[in-house]
Design a protein around this ligand. Structure first.
Ligand code: FAD
Length: 214
């Protein structure tokens, strides 16, 4: 895939946090719906000393445990990936043949990914590792060593389209359903949401993909 791009997500998140911290706009905390005081005009989180015109939940699959967003029709899929060491392998491109193999660090590659719709935990499994090792053996003509394994749940919702919008008549919203394409789709859809918030369209409601809680 010569035209594919890679986003270093941890570096991007660190840089984003740094940016908002420098502007005094970043607070790290676990937020419970019980923390919220919601009126039609604003949302307050007294425990954190915060008030805002809007609150947008961006929780990924964890939104299924939030009573305010529990109506999201998740068709989530767990995915596992491996980090592998491959000696004397000099391939800088992302390879895709059913599975993908992408450069990660000098001498290291990432290989993925599995799909599971029944186990929706974020723990790695021996079955996931075995499936990936077999697929990588079929792709590569040289030995490799597994040095890492990770698992996470893709927040896929029915229709496989992002879900962004507000509870009817409420300043509480949701930005979710990025599924298996979060890095690809988040910038465009976050821009749409930010524009709607800044222009006041969010208050009007149905200007974009609208979500109802039940
Ligand atoms: C194996 C695998 C491979 C993937 N490959 C790709 C790819 O190649 N390209 C691509 O574009 N996408 C890929 N994705 C998909 C991408 O990772 C997701 O689309 C993206 O992570 C979704 O982003 P999100 O912010 O909506 O949710 P998440 O990334 O799940 O982030 C939600 C965040 O909210 C936090 N949170 C939840 N509840 C609370 C709470 N109550 N209080 C405070 N914080 C809370 C969580 O801690 C988490 O940090 C892949 C996913 C997997 C699993």
């Amino acid at each position: 895939m010569p035209t594919a791009a890679q986003l270093d997500v941890p570096a991007y998140l660190d840089a984003s946090r740094g940016f908002f911290e420098r502007h005094g706009q970043f607070v790290e905390a676990d937020v419970s719906p019980d923390d919220l005081q919601v009126s039609s005009e604003e949302v307050a989180l007294p425990r954190l000393g915060l008030r805002a015109r809007y609150l947008v939940f961006c929780q990924g699959f964890a939104a299924s445990w939030n009573p305010l967003t529990a109506g999201l029709p998740f068709r989530a899929a767990k995915g596992e990936i491996l980090t592998v060491k491959i000696d004397a392998f000099d391939e800088g491109r992302v390879l895709n043949a059913g599975s993908w193999l992408a450069p990660h660090a000098p001498g290291l590659w990432r290989f993925g990914a599995t799909y599971s719709w029944h186990d929706l935990t974020d723990t790695t499994t021996p079955e996931g590792r075995a499936e990936l090792e077999a697929a990588l053996r079929a792709l590569l003509n040289r030995p490799f060593e597994v040095v890492g394994q990770q698992a996470a749940v893709r927040p896929i919702v029915a229709g496989q389209r992002p879900v962004l919008g507000f509870l009817p008549g409420s300043p509480v919203g949701v930005f979710n359903g990025l599924g298996s394409k979060g890095a690809l789709m988040a910038p465009f859809f976050a821009g749409e949401l930010a524009e709607a918030l800044a222009s006041g369209d969010a208050k009007a409601g149905c200007t974009f993909s609208f979500w109802h809680s039940a």
